[in-house]
Design a protein around this ligand. Structure first.
Ligand code: R1P
Length: 286
């Protein structure tokens, strides 16, 4: 099947529309970060930088950690950006840009998010580095893609629907982390279900000046239980990353530097140190 010029936009220099990258520019291990300034905080540990490119909030550095080629790329905030980044990363490896045909042999890449997040359980303090066992999306991204759940995901999803079913305008979606990456990159890390919200304030239960439509949001999410599973933290990309990675046949894990405790109403005095620790842990394990 030939993908049309308006469905997959390729720039005149042969690069993909938003990421501004050429096929071959990305390694088979891609670290994603939200903040464009965090890209350099990761690549400063590379033994060699091959190139730096960027457009809008999508900054990419590809280089080497020893002999391993690694890409670090900023996504900006939110699952609307994850839609762009994941479709374009996938096109870079799985679409022939000359013919616009999907390649016969598909490539799977490993994608590791290193992001920041707030904890919603009292026993997960600031400074924790947490690997998301599942991404639970409260945003609308997966209303637009077909997703098939595994048996385990379906069981958990049934309990989620029962717990959150009264929120009539929200259609939650759920995807598990790559088991392999959870057992390697996420080894020895705290684990739990990560909620991905479509905003930072009311969608994460923050109360500032506007009136929130969902009362006691933090209590609602931290009281959820299904077998050994519980919701541990909130952020804005993980569920989209897990869901699109699975739909497209890639492996993903989200590593969260916990900067805030939403139950103790605290924010870290040294957020950069926690992020640095998450970056180092990930780089040591890839
Ligand atoms: C909000 O401040 C942003 O921080 C978190 C959220 O997911 C959201 O993107 O992650 P990053 O620090 O990776 O951007």
């Amino acid at each position: 099947m030939k993908i049309s010029e308006s469905d997959l936009i390729i720039n005149p220099d042969g690069s993909i529309y938003h990421l501004n990258l050429l096929p071959g520019d990305i390694a088979d291990t891609v670290i994603t970060v939200g903040d464009p300034d965090r890209v350099g905080e990761v690549s400063k540990y590379f033994d060699k930088i091959e190139f730096k490119k960027g457009k809008r909030e999508f900054i990419t550095h590809t280089g080497y950690l020893g002999k391993k080629r690694v890409t670090v790329l900023s996504t900006g905030i939110g699952t609307d950006n994850i839609d762009i980044v994941f479709n374009e990363l996938d096109a870079l490896v799985n679409v022939d840009f000359e013919t616009r045909e999907i390649k016969k042999e598909l490539t799977s890449i490993n994608i590791i998010r290193v992001g920041t997040s707030g904890a919603v359980q009292p026993d997960i303090p600031m400074g924790t580095i947490l690997a998301s066992s599942y991404g639970l999306g409260m945003d609308a991204l997966m209303n637009y893609y077909l997703q098939k759940l595994s048996g385990d995901e379906q069981i958990l999803m049934d309990d989620i629907k029962a717990h959150f079913g009264h929120l009539k305008n929200i259609n939650p979606y759920l995807t598990a982390a790559s088991e392999t990456l959870l057992n390697t990159i996420g080894k020895d890390m705290a684990k739990g279900i990560t909620i991905t919200a479509p905003g930072f304030y009311a969608p994460q239960g923050r109360i500032v000046r506007a009136k929130n439509a969902v009362p006691d949001f933090i209590d609602l999410i931290n009281s959820f239980k299904s077998n050994q599973h519980r919701i541990t933290n909130l952020e804005m990309e993980t569920a989209g990353i897990y869901a699109l990675a699975k739909v497209l046949g890639h492996n993903a894990i989200s590593v969260n530097a916990i900067l805030a405790s939403r139950v103790n109403f605290e924010f870290s005095k040294e957020p950069n140190k926690i992020v640095e620790q998450a970056i180092k842990m990930v780089l040591e394990r890839i």
